[in-house]
Design a protein around this ligand. Structure first.
Ligand SMILES: Cc1cc2nc3c(=O)[nH]c(=O)nc-3n(C[C@H](O)[C@H](O)[C@H](O)COP(=O)(O)OP(=O)(O)OC[C@H]3O[C@@H](n4cnc5c(N)ncnc54)[C@H](O)[C@@H]3O)c2cc1C
Length: 446
């Protein structure tokens, strides 16, 4: 067993997973979180954010040997089901018949990760410890004990910052010379809502898909929970005509939902209570560079790359950080002078690319999924890809069902879009979408 003393600051999703990777390698791991132990809290699923877990996330869990623990609390979603205002439904499959992304409650996932982490004798979970500062010369962390009010310090060989978008570890790094850092808020925010289970615990809507109510400038989505409820999220501008600023009374909220989401409205008996109990939440994007300091401090997850949630990839990207870093530790035989710089060099473009993809996907989800031409394009792409899987992998598949680097996926997707612009301009494309002519056209453009 290694005597290397490591700190993981942040026992959230990425910290929980990364701590397991370190413990498996035999390091002495102490994991700190400012919050109390989430395992002692009751998770009310419909009232907690749920996340879409996809291929990159699963790879991270498999590498830690805990995928079966997570499978038990996740629900497969094979595609998107779009709800029009008139109640009509359109289903769009995400990938092949055997492919799905998985809905999992953030609270349950975090609890499960910590239960799995706690199996290691060389790993200790320390709660109510808020990191307040970091001495980068001595690798000493200062903590404020949230319950006693005491200030404590502890020194480590290595420190991993997994303390989320507002990372205290990154904040300290950002004060270093030539450290790049930017933070931007989206004009749109979100509100968590709930569709409760039927009295017998079954789901009120189809539970094998992600539901979307695309409405152009805004949208609502709903993901199933294992207890029969759905967590709904309304994404909408903070200001303007259709905005959170205009939804300040129960009358306004009821009218807005009745008009724009009539089928969902019928299933949300506690709509106004939930609406006013839950905060108007904002969406922040964070970029920084590099993601490490010397061979001693390293950032993973949202601490390094907070992105908007519209590709369902923030956590997946964070879990991919874990697999990438673990692979580099093996590759360089624990020589962190090589590992950390290479990690920053590989992962920074990945973080930037998935942020760009996620921003674009917001427009796709809230606007284009209601558009017939867009749906036809996706149908053509999936038909062509089935015929020529080696020549065409749809962008969604590259991001959600593959390990193709995000930056490559972004580039490939742009090239595919250029080709599809020409295909969609073909005469009478609606009638001849799966014809030889279309196949030949795509082949000629590739
Ligand atoms: C609405 C929404 C929907 C999303 N949907 C998806 C999705 O479908 N799929 C997906 O992959 N991603 C999704 N994401 C993104 C995902 O939630 C994040 O990428 C993920 O939570 C990042 O994990 P993390 O461990 O890096 O950070 P966090 O989950 O934020 O965990 C950080 C931890 O650090 C602790 N901490 C913070 N500061 C300190 C401190 N100073 N000292 C000690 N501890 C501290 C916190 O208490 C917390 O436990 C979504 C995000 C949002 C907002």
């Amino acid at each position: 067993m290694s005597t290397k003393k490591t700190a993981v600051v942040g026992a959230g999703l990425v910290g929980g997973l990364w701590a397991i990777y370190l413990a498996k390698r035999g390091y002495q791991v102490r994991v700190f979180d400012r919050r109390p132990d989430i395992r002692k809290m009751k998770v009310v699923q419909g009232k907690s954010i749920n996340l879409a877990l996809s291929e990159r996330g699963w790879k991270g869990l498999i590498g830690a040997g805990i995928e079966e623990d997570i499978r038990k609390v996740s629900i497969p979603m094979k595609g998107r089901l779009m709800h029009a205002v008139d109640g009509s439904l359109t289903f769009q499959q995400y990938g092949r018949d055997d492919q799905a992304i998985y809905s999992v409650s953030r609270g349950l996932l975090n609890q499960t990760l910590l239960h799995c982490a706690d199996r290691y004798e060389n790993l200790e979970l320390v709660f109510d410890h808020r990191c307040t500062d970091l001495d980068v010369q001595t690798n000493t962390i200062s903590f404020h004990h949230e319950k006693t009010g005491n200030e404590v310090t502890e020194t480590f060989d290595q420190i991993y910052g997994t303390d989320g978008a507002f990372s205290a570890v990154r904040t300290r790094l950002s004060r270093l010379d030539r450290y790049d850092y930017s933070q931007t808020y989206l004009d749109h925010g979100y509100k968590e809502l709930e569709i409760p289970a039927n009295p017998d615990g079954t789901h009120q809507l189809r539970n094998d898909c992600l539901h979307i109510w695309p409405r152009g400038e805004y949208m609502m989505i709903a993901l199933p929970n294992v207890d029969g409820s759905f967590t709904c999220t309304l994404f909408i501008a903070f200001e303007g005509k259709n905005s959170l600023a205009n939804l300040k009374t129960p009358e306004a909220v009821n009218a807005f939902f009745k008009t724009n989401f009539p089928d969902a409205y019928e299933l949300m008996p506690e709509l106004t209570q939930d609406f006013f109990a839950n905060p108007d939440a904002s969406l922040v994007m964070i970029k920084c560079n590099p993601w490490h300091y010397q061979d001693r401090i390293c950032l993973l997850g949202d601490a390094a790359h907070a992105i908007v949630p519209f590709y369902g990839q923030g956590m997946n990207a964070g879990f991919e950080d874990c697999t990438a870093l673990d692979e580099l530790i093996t590759k360089h035989n624990e020589d962190f002078k090589q590992i950390f710089p290479e990690y920053s060099r590989i992962r920074k473009p990945a973080g930037d690319a998935i942020l760009e993809l996620a921003l674009r996907n917001y427009i796709e989800m809230r606007d284009k999924t209601a558009d017939k031409e867009f749906l036809l394009q996706k149908k053509i792409e999936s038909w062509f890809s089935e015929k020529h899987p080696e020549k065409w992998i749809p962008l969604y598949t590259q991001v959600s069902f593959s390990h193709i680097p995000y930056a490559d996926a972004l580039r490939n997707g742009d090239r595919q879009q250029q080709i599809m612009n020409q295909v969609m301009a073909m005469e009478n494309i609606e009638a001849q979408w799966n014809s030889d002519a279309v196949e030949k056209k795509i082949l000629s453009l590739l």
